[in-house]
Design a protein around this ligand. Structure first.
Ligand SMILES: C=C(O[C@@H]1C=C(C(=O)O)C=C[C@H]1O)C(=O)O
Length: 471
């Protein structure tokens, strides 16, 4: 792997890149192969969301991921390498794809700056196989983007991944990069305010309220009599707007309303987008340190500080909520142990969002270098936070109760770098957007003692938070 020093002034120093690309091309010619070059450049601060909005073409896939609290945002646009698969082997195939791409990547620029070097963006569906034939996303998509813009703590990095072979015009690659830099430089940034448009839309629940509550009652009967101790039942809400939804403004609203959530968006390059604001991290790994969230058990935020504290107290002390939460902790620790990891359960706490609060227990572990992040993702997904326990029974029942395809809802999405660092979240509180139509998803965990009315209200609360941000 060849690494050159960082170029702060690309326009002055681009000769080094030219020489570098020529040498890569020469070796491609000699070995009759092609190579991916990851060019990392330090650039002036930009808002990756604005870049995403302004630079993505409708026919390109893309990915957006932001955690305002951590001052991190990353936009990935278009693909130079992509894998889309369905079926049980999807996580394994994704891992193999990433490993084989990495063998073929050389770096140019300072790969030690935040988010430099190659990153793979991945999103999966809840089930191995979508049963809705025309569902717009396959059950696994992994891609290495052509363009990646990321900020971390005010530091901004542009990565341009390119394919070099014997025929490619090296001069043109550099020209392309220069043009893109100029374009990014010319973008305008306005400090935006919350933009609640009085959007005109029609709402239509996919499951009517009576049906949802009947499902809860029926699930409770099963919980008393079978191997099922928890099931997460979701509801969907269809919304038809007068105009096309504005993704950029909706995401901008989401990041302002939910600054401590992960804001995400992905486009399939065919007109459909999946977006949301999730409080739930599946795994993050930084320098072999893994953190995962057990997040389950919910209460609304109070209207006054006193009411809020009372709700929080009730949540922390409720046997039913604690049982629901413990099932997730037990599952995660068991699964991590099966992989040979030694999970450490950190102190339980509350995750307080603008509209709702959850019981939250972070769990940490050290990941040996031979355990690939996607092995862990495949072991953990779906946790009882979004499926139930026992998992197989819960998943089969979810298929029976829910009349709609979960698709990317409640499934892992995130990125992995070449060192095994990664961040995957669970795609809950999410919506599938298709022009002027949106389908919103949210669910609630049902355990012994659940009240159908309260579970229905919890799902509506989650749906409303998302609906409020869509414009
Ligand atoms: C399934 C969802 O949320 C999950 C269910 C929770 C609960 O029932 O208490 C809490 C957090 C999430 O793990 C969702 O929001 O769609």
């Amino acid at each position: 792997m060849t690494v050159s020093p960082c170029r702060n002034n690309f326009f002055v120093k681009h000769k080094d890149l030219y020489q570098f690309l020529l040498s890569v091309q020469k070796s491609c010619l000699k070995n009759d192969c092609k190579q991916i070059v990851s060019i990392s450049l330090d650039i002036d601060w930009v808002d990756p969301l604005v870049v995403l909005d302004q630079l993505t073409q409708a026919n390109e896939i893309n990915f957006y991921f932001e955690n305002k609290g951590k001052e991190e945002a990353i936009a990935a646009i278009d693909a130079v390498a992509k894998l889309q698969v369905d079926g049980q082997e999807r996580f394994m195939q994704a891992e193999d794809f990433i490993k084989s791409c990495l063998k073929n990547i050389v770096n140019f620029g300072n790969i030690n700056q935040p988010f430099a070097g190659s990153h793979f963006f991945c999103y999966f569906s809840f089930f191995d196989q979508n049963s809705q034939v025309n569902y717009p996303f396959p059950s696994a998509t992994i891609f290495l983007p052509r363009w990646q813009i990321a900020v971390k703590n005010q530091h901004c990095t542009l990565v341009n991944n390119i394919i070099v072979n014997a025929r490619v015009d090296v001069q043109k690659i550099i020209q392309n990069l220069q043009n893109k830099l100029k374009l990014i430089d010319s973008l305008e940034y306005h400090s935006s305010k919350l933009d609640y448009f009085p959007v005109k839309y029609r709402k239509k629940p996919v499951t009517n309220s009576a049906q949802f509550k009947r499902s809860v009652v029926s699930a409770l009967e099963k919980i008393n009599s079978s191997r099922l101790s928890k099931i997460v039942l979701a509801d969907a809400l269809d919304v038809k707007s007068k105009n096309h939804f504005n993704l950029y403004k909706s995401l901008d609203n989401l990041r302002q309303i939910h600054p401590n959530c992960y804001i995400f968006s992905t486009s399939n390059g065919k007109g459909q987008n999946f977006i949301g604001a999730s409080p739930e991290r599946l795994i993050s790994i930084h320098n072999q340190q893994l953190i995962t969230d057990a997040l389950a058990g919910s209460a609304p935020r109070g209207k006054t500080p006193a009411e809020d504290a009372a709700n929080a107290n009730h949540l922390l002390n409720s046997e039913k909520e604690r049982h629901e939460h413990l099932l997730v902790i037990d599952f995660i620790t068991q699964r991590l142990s099966q992989l040979g990891l030694l999970p450490r359960i950190l102190a339980p706490r509350l995750r307080q969002l603008s509209n709702i609060q959850h019981l939250w227990t972070p769990i940490s572990a050290v990941v040996p270098t031979n355990v690939h992040p996607l092995k862990i993702v495949s072991q953990l997904h779906p946790t009882p936070a979004v499926a139930g326990a026992a998992r197989d029974v819960a998943c089969a029942e979810i298929r029976r109760y829910e009349s709609f395809e979960r698709g990317l809802y409640a499934a892992p999405l995130g990125w992995i770098d070449s060192q095994g660092n990664c961040e995957f979240i669970v795609g809950i509180r999410s919506a599938l957007i298709d022009g002027d139509r949106a389908r919103l998803y949210a669910g609630a965990g049902i355990v012994a003692g659940s009240d159908p009315e309260k579970e229905f209200a919890e799902v509506q609360l989650k749906l409303q938070a998302l609906l409020k941000a869509l414009v």
